[in-house]
Design a protein around this ligand. Structure first.
Ligand code: HEC
Length: 251
């Protein structure tokens, strides 16, 4: 990473969680925001100077950690919407005046539950995106080649004869990984139609792969071939597995 390349205007933003771009149903808040990574040039101050957790804030240990991490860190930020509220307003300050004797503009503001919930949602998403690590992708790719590429192809483009593409697929990149996990754990069947009388099936992999393996695999297909979506964790997999087991038990 070269911290001297960048001008503040250079960056990338994830817009999937902005405004109404995603399903708010289960989330309990309105509005959204973007997640962005910007490079601003090697500024001595106001620059992202990340050091590992637990590093002292000054002294030789801090300097050493700074030297070691200077070229290895970047900051990912979220920027979200704020609703209008009766108790958030601008008015003229009754006490303070500028040099011309005019009252200063006064800002009265606090975050409400909606903004706090929105911020937590965006920050969690940003953390998940930041955590897509190289090892997870390498393990996921190997699992993909062994188990999936036969039908969905190495390049994730599938086959027109009935194996759907995973590359650039909206369901595969959905912010919640449920669709992908249900397909991998429980398999899927394409309903037979008159023009395609034999139903094509995707076998279930839930019996064969561990939660960790399915998390690696799902993270891989959600981030390979130009796809981008939050990391899937082993606990996400366990939750969907439970869900499927419960539904099957009810039947
Ligand atoms: C024997 C062929 C076959 C194999 C192997 C296979 N799939 Fe599938 N897959 C299919 C078919 C057919 C469908 C379509 C099912 C449907 O539409 O209901 C499908 C659907 C999917 C979907 C849903 C796509 C969508 O657009 O909703 C995902 C995700 C998926 N497969 C991922 C995988 C992964 C990951 C693996 C490896 C663990 C894998 N598949 C292995 C045949 C296969």
């Amino acid at each position: 990473m070269n911290p001297f390349m960048g001008a503040g205007a250079l960056g990338q933003a994830v817009d999937e969680f902005n405004g109404d771009n995603f399903d708010h149903g289960p989330e309990g808040f309105i509005g959204g925001g973007y997640i962005a990574l910007r490079t601003t040039g090697g500024r001595p101050i106001l620059q992202q100077h990340a050091v590992p957790e637990g590093t002292p804030k000054w002294g030789p240990a801090w300097k050493k950690a700074m030297r070691e991490n200077y070229l290895k860190s970047a900051s990912v930020a979220t920027h979200g919407s704020v609703m209008s509220y009766r108790d958030s307003y601008l008015d003229l300050d009754p006490t303070y005046r500028d040099v011309y004797g005019n009252p200063l503009l006064r800002l009265t503001f606090d975050f409400h539950d909606n903004e706090l919930a929105r911020s937590k949602f965006l920050t969690d998403k940003a953390a998940l995106i930041g955590k897509v690590d190289h090892d997870m992708m390498t393990r996921g790719e190997a699992l993909y080649i062994d188990n999936c590429a036969g039908c969905h192809m190495d390049n994730g483009e599938g086959l027109a004869s009935g194996f759907p593409p995973l590359a650039k697929s909206a369901p595969v990149q959905a912010s919640a990984p449920a669709t992908v996990l249900q397909a991998i754990i429980g398999g899927a069947t394409v309903v037979a139609t008159e023009s395609r009388p034999t139903a094509l099936a995707m076998p279930a992999f839930g019996w064969k792969l561990s939660d960790e393996e399915i998390a690696d695999l799902a993270t891989y297909i959600r981030n390979a071939w130009g796809n981008r979506a939050p990391v899937v964790s082993a606990s996400d997999v366990a939750a969907i597995r439970n869900d499927i087991t419960r539904k099957t038990a009810v039947k």
